[in-house]
Write a protein that binds this ligand. Structure first.
Ligand SMILES: [Zn+2]
Ligand SMILES: [Zn+2]
Ligand SMILES: [Zn+2]
Length: 338
C-alpha cells in the first residue's frame, strides 16, 4: 500500500482515514488521482480539472472514504457491491464494513498494478457479462459459500468476526485466514477467467495448464477427493497451500492471492523506508523479486511479529515450482485483454 500524507498539514495518513487526526481536515480517496484529498465542510472536493466530487453516501454505513461522482451517490468501490445485508440484519450490517474495507484495499491494489477493474452495471459503464461484482451475504440465517462464478464474487460476512474466522481456520488447518485474503483469492478466479480463458491466447492457456494442471477436470470430483483424502503427500514441494492441491483453479487463485500479498507488502515496506528495493518493478523477473527481496523480508517480518508475541505475518514457504507460477501471474499485469 502507498503511504499517504495530508495535503493540508503533511501528517501521515492511513488509507482508511476520513479525517486527518492532526489538523482535522476532512478527507476522501480519489480513485482517479489515487490520492487521499481534502474534502470541504460541504463534503466536496474539486479536482484540478474543476470536476466536483462528493463524499460517498456509505461513509457512515461502511466507513467508505472514497469519493463519488454524484452528490448522494456512491463511489466506484461501493458500486461493485450487488448485494449487501438489509438494514434489519443487525449482525450482517455490523460485519459489512470489514468486508467493504477489504474490497477497497483490493481495488486500490488492482488499480496500482494495472489490472482492469470493470463492474457489471451498464448504467455506469460496466460490462454485464464480463464485469465484476460482489454479493456480501450474511450467513446468520442461511448457508453462504464463498466463491466466484461469471464475475460474481460471494463473500460470507460472518468471516468479518475474528472469533468465527479463527475457529474455521483451526478446523480447516489453515495457517492464514483473513477477509482481505478471501477477496484476493476469489478475484484470482475472476482474472483467470478473463485474462487466461476469455482472452484465449493459446500460448498462455498452454502455459497455464503446464504450470497449474488441466483446469477442465471435474471440479466436484476434486472437492470430494480433497475433503475425503486431503492433500497428496509431498504437496509442499509444489504448492503454497494444501487448498491449492484441490484443483488447478484453486492453485491459480492461491498463487494469485500470494502475488497480491507479496506486491502489497513489498510496496508498503518500500514506501515506509523499510527496504532499499525500489518497488516491485525493481527486477525484470518477478521470481527474482521473490527470492531476492520477499523471502528475506518475510522472514524478518515473521521475526518482528514473534518479537511482539504474534503469529507469523507470512506463515508460508515458497517452493521452486511456485516461483514459476508467480512469474506467470505477474506476466498478466497490465494486459488489458480482459
Ligand atoms: Zn492534516
Ligand atoms: Zn463508497
Ligand atoms: Zn477458490
Amino acid at each position: 500500500m502507498k503511504s499517504y500524507r495530508c495535503r493540508v498539514c503533511s501528517s501521515p495518513l492511513y488509507f482508511e482515514n476520513s479525517i486527518c487526526v492532526a489538523c482535522g481536515a476532512g478527507l476522501g480517496y480519489s480513485r482517479e488521482e489515487r490520492e487521499i484529498v481534502p474534502v470541504g465542510l460541504d463534503g466536496r472536493y474539486v479536482d484540478s480539472s474543476g470536476l466536483i466530487w462528493h463524499v460517498c453516501r456509505n461513509l457512515n454505513l461502511s466507513g467508505c472514504t472514497w469519493l463519488a461522482p454524484l452528490e448522494g451517490g456512491q463511489c466506484f468501490s461501493c458500486s461493485l457491491t450487488r448485494t449487501r445485508p438489509n438494514d434489519a440484519d443487525v449482525a450482517g450490517v455490523s460485519n459489512f464494513p470489514v468486508a467493504e474495507r477489504a474490497k477497497r484495499h483490493l481495488i486500490a491494489e488492482l488499480d496500482d498494478l494495472g489490472f482492469p477493474v470493470v463492474g457489471k452495471d451498464a448504467a455506469i459503464g460496466g460490462d454485464p457479462a464480463g464485469g465484476l461484482c460482489f454479493d456480501l451475504l450474511s450467513s446468520t440465517d442461511r448457508s453462504v459459500t464463498i466463491g466466484h462464478e461469471d464475475g460474481v464474487i460471494t463473500i460470507d460476512l460472518a468471516e468479518s468476526d475474528p472469533a468465527y474466522r479463527e475457529r474455521l481456520r483451526g478446523e480447516l488447518d489453515e495457517p492464514y485466514r483473513t477477509m482481505l485474503g478471501h477477496f484476493r483469492h476469489e478475484v484470482g478466479h475472476y482474472y483467470q477467467w478473463r485474462l487466461v480463458e476469455v482472452a484465449g491466447d493459446p500460448e498462455r492457456i498452454a502455459r497455464a495448464r503446464e504450470l497449474f494442471g488441466d483446469e477442465t477436470v471435474d471440479y466436484q470430483d476434486a472437492i470430494d477427493r480433497h475433503y475425503s483424502h486431503g492433500a497428496p503427500a509431498g504437496w509442499e514441494r509444489s504448492y503454497l497451500t494444501t487448498y491449492a492441491t484441490m484443483h488447478p483453479y484453486e492453485d491459480f487463485a492461491e498463487t494469485w492471492a500470494h502475488f497480491l500479498h507479496i506486491c502489497d507488502t513489498i510496496q508498503t515496506a518500500t514506501e515506509y523506508g523499510l527496504t532499499a528495493v525500489a518497488g516491485i518493478d525493481a527486477f525484470s523477473h518477478f521470481r527474482d523479486l521473490v527470492t531476492g527481496v520477499w523471502v528475506p523480508m518475510s522472514i524478518a517480518l515473521n521475526m518482528i511479529n514473534r518479537s511482539m508475541g504474534k503469529d507469523d505475518l507470512y506463515p508460508f514457504v515458497i517452493p521452486a515450482p511456485v516461483l514459476d507460477k508467480l512469474e506467470f501471474v505477474a506476466s498478466l499485469r497490465g494486459d488489458g485483454r480482459a
